[in-house]
Design a protein around this ligand. Sequence first.
Ligand code: 5GP
Length: 350
Amino acid sequence: RHAIKALPKVELHAHLHGSIKQQTLQRLLAERRPSDDRLADVSFDLFHIDSIRDLDKCFVYFELVYLLVEDEQTVQQITQEVLRDFYEDGVRYLELRTTPKANERTGLTKDSYLQTLERAIEWAKEALPDMQVYLLLSVNRARLTSAEDARKDVDELLDLAIKHRSLVVGVDICGNPAKGDLSLVLPLLRSRLYDDARYHHLKLTVHTAEMANTDTENAAILELNPQRLGHVCFLSDAHSELVAREGRAIELCPTSNKVAMDLTTMEDHHFGYYYKERRHPAISICTDDTGLFSTTLTDELQHLAQAFDLTLDDIWSLQQSAFKSSFAPPEARQRLGERFFFRPLSDVCG
Ligand code: 5GP
């Protein structure tokens, strides 16, 4: 474990609010509960992984987290803390994803939310040397209920991405997979991201097949050809075969996937299919939500190392292939590659 922790690592799939430590959420709840009626009946137990056994409960958890993080100051605090946690775990390239938030109670707007994240990332440049952080802006599919809402949501998100283009390198589609209609948004993203030169620098990743029986939706996602696919838990055999054959980049989140798929052992995780059976060249191992799942990237890699007999060399190759799948702009890619990820294991282990 110590050796994995010491490696420079790449995290490509981490949701900001899912990465807030449970102690922090407990502290915010204790501070705010006396003066906020909405929190009166909220139980501290909700923040324990043991109480979260399925995907639906995860989304209830987030609704509670949002009651605790509503103003700029708290957004900045939690972001800095999340960045520090990844840094201390050895992450040196991080793509943090989040859905831009507005809050009428506190005057937070989606733009001031992103400015706040910018300040936190600026802070990290000094405080956490050698870590490169970019943002992905997430479309929350649960909000996609009409074509008009979808268009408004996506256009607003893309405007923000352009405004904050030094940090925002891509777009994600996330949120409760049981909700929202992706067909409202996929053609729109195609026309914006692929056909409109203003957005050509933005890459796309989509949460895919997090639930069973979503073949039609998965086919539409694959047809759109996003640069990366998140989770791919319940892909049909034909779609898994296609992803493997084409070497499409996939983001696997072992603990999160184990919960979503109700697996009893990590040996059954689809990492085995892609890595062992298909020698897939573009796998990144990620945390999804370090707070929600009480995990770290080191933990996730260690779980896989144990389940699939991986050596430290294997773990390093996984960091290198994750880095190749990253959305880092060319200059940063070259700089970080030379500093860490293009080097052999013997160089980075000291
Ligand atoms: P935020 O975007 O608020 O910073 O991060 C939390 C949000 O990320 C959640 O409300 C949810 O929309 C999304 N999210 C976090 N974990 C998962 C996951 O495992 N699956 C999906 N589909 N969405 C997630």
